[in-house]
Design a protein around this ligand. Structure first.
Ligand code: ZN
Ligand code: ZN
Length: 121
C-alpha cells in the first residue's frame, strides 16, 4: 500500500479517515493514535469525548433502571403481602413474591453494575 500523498510505502493508517500514511505523513499528534492531519486528530478527539459522554449516560441509565426495578420489586412484595391478607390464593401470593424477588435481584444487580462502571477502568 502506498501513501496517499507521497509515492512512499505506507506504514500506518489514519485512525479517523483511514488514509494510508508514510513515515513523513504519520506525525505524532496529541492523540495516542496516528492521524493524517490536525483536522483528523481533532475529529478523533471529539469522537472520544462523545463516547465518554455516552458511557456516562449509560451508567446513569443503568442507575435509573435499578431504581425502577427496585420499585417494581417493592410493589410486588407489597402485593404478595396484600394477597396474603386479603386473597386466599396461594398462587397469587407466590406469584407476587416471586416477581418481587426477581425485580429486587435485577435492581440490585443493575445498581452494582452501574457502581462498578462508575468507579473505575
Ligand atoms: Zn485522516
Ligand atoms: Zn506521505
Amino acid at each position: 500500500m502506498k501513501c496517499s500523498a507521497h509515492q512512499a510505502e505506507a506504514v500506518a493508517i489514519c485512525a479517523y479517515c483511514g488514509r494510508a500514511l508514510c513515515p513523513d505523513c504519520a506525525k505524532p499528534a496529541a492523540s495516542p493514535r496516528l492521524t493524517c492531519s490536525a483536522d483528523c486528530a481533532a475529529a478523533l478527539m471529539r469522537n472520544d469525548q462523545a463516547l465518554q459522554i455516552l458511557l456516562q449516560k449509560h451508567v446513569q441509565g443503568a442507575r435509573i433502571n435499578a431504581i425502577f426495578y427496585l420499585l417494581c420489586g417493592a410493589l410486588s412484595v407489597a402485593g404478595a403481602v396484600g394477597a396474603y391478607y386479603y386473597l386466599p390464593s396461594p398462587f397469587l401470593i407466590w406469584f407476587c413474591a416471586g416477581c418481587g424477588f426477581v425485580f429486587l435481584a435485577s435492581g440490585l444487580w443493575q445498581w452494582l453494575a452501574a457502581r462498578k462502571k462508575n468507579s473505575g477502568g
